[in-house]
Design a protein around this ligand. Structure first.
Ligand code: NDP
Ligand code: 8X3
Length: 252
């Protein structure tokens, strides 16, 4: 029986690349996001022998999340071994006093509370299986702050803290907890942050080679394929041209 991985935010970027890589290594998939059409298109791209379950859910809705996870077939629950808490977003970038309350709410509710709701529903399954691995996707924005990053950085600092706290709380249950903190990666992230302004989103990656989703997927695969007695607590993964949150190599 194949092991299953549950990936939140599987409809694009890091989540979709991770789904494809783990499927190509024989994992069954549980794919969560809001955009059903994107999840269905992703499933069409997977090897035909892979069992994939789509959970259309907004991670901000605790009841929806819990019901969706509880609705999984028993054979999937008992074979679930990995949770990647990846769903997340930045919305807006600017001085704190000009921030929009609705943007702040979206980031806090998705990046922090959503991660908690999903974890709260999945951890009992991992405990019952006496084995598991949770990887939280944080960010360089969870290690440092940068101009205009305020609330997004605060949510990712919270993710970083939760990774450390969850590791302590779950150590007696044979459940590993890892934190993965990428720097700038070109996905839909900046398009979401700049509310559909594609030119502004593109400019974030001008003049250097950012990370791509496959870099994150391959790092996750490495973290998850270590022997049972090894846990990678934390990885900060950056483009070679990014030295810290706000310092990039000079443009050519
Ligand atoms: P994308 O925008 O490409 O993907 C984000 C994913 O999150 C989508 O699948 C989206 O699905 C999902 N998502 C967003 N909000 C919700 C929600 N309320 N409920 C369920 N799913 C949701 O960005 P990335 O792949 O780049 O980002 C993935 C994670 O990595 C995020 O947590 C981000 O903060 C983090 N990160 C990104 C970096 C970057 O530079 N790209 C760097 C460091 C960290 P849908 O819209 O269908 O719901
Ligand atoms: C996403 C990348 O540059 O906003 O976490 O920190 S950045």
């Amino acid at each position: 029986m194949a092991s299953f991985i549950l990936i939140t935010g599987a409809s694009s970027g890091f989540g979709a690349a991770t789904a494809k890589l783990f499927a190509s290594n024989g994992y069954g998939l549980v794919l969560m996001a809001r955009r059903k059409d994107k999840l269905e298109a992703l499933v069409q791209e997977l090897p035909k022998n892979i069992e994939a379950h789509i959970l259309v859910a907004d991670v901000r809705d605790e009841v929806l999340v819990t019901n969706a996870i509880n609705s999984l077939p028993e054979h999937v629950k008992t074979a679930l071994s990995i949770l990647v808490n990846n769903a997340g977003l930045a919305v807006g970038k600017g001085p704190i006093d000009q921030g929009l309350i609705e943007d702040w709410d979206r980031m806090v509710d998705t990046n922090v509370k959503g991660l908690l709701y999903v974890s709260r529903a999945v951890i009992p399954l991992l405990k019952a299986n006496n084995k598991g691995h949770i990887i939280n996707i944080a960010s360089i924005a969870g290690k440092e702050v940068y101009p205009g990053g305020n609330v997004y950085c605060a949510t990712k600092h919270a993710v970083d803290a939760l990774s450390r706290a969850m590791r302590i709380d779950l150590v007696n249950y044979n459940i590993k907890v890892s934190n993965l903190a990428p720097g700038a990666a070109e996905t839909e992230f900046s398009i979401v942050r700049f509310k559909g302004n594609e030119a502004q989103a593109k400019s974030v990656y001008d003049g250097y080679s950012p990370l791509v989703a496959q870099d994150i997927a391959e790092t996750l695969w490495f973290m998850c394929s270590r022997p049972d007695h090894v846990n990678i607590n934390d990885i900060t993964l950056m483009a070679s041209a990014q030295a810290s949150a706000a310092v990039f190599a000079e443009k050519e």
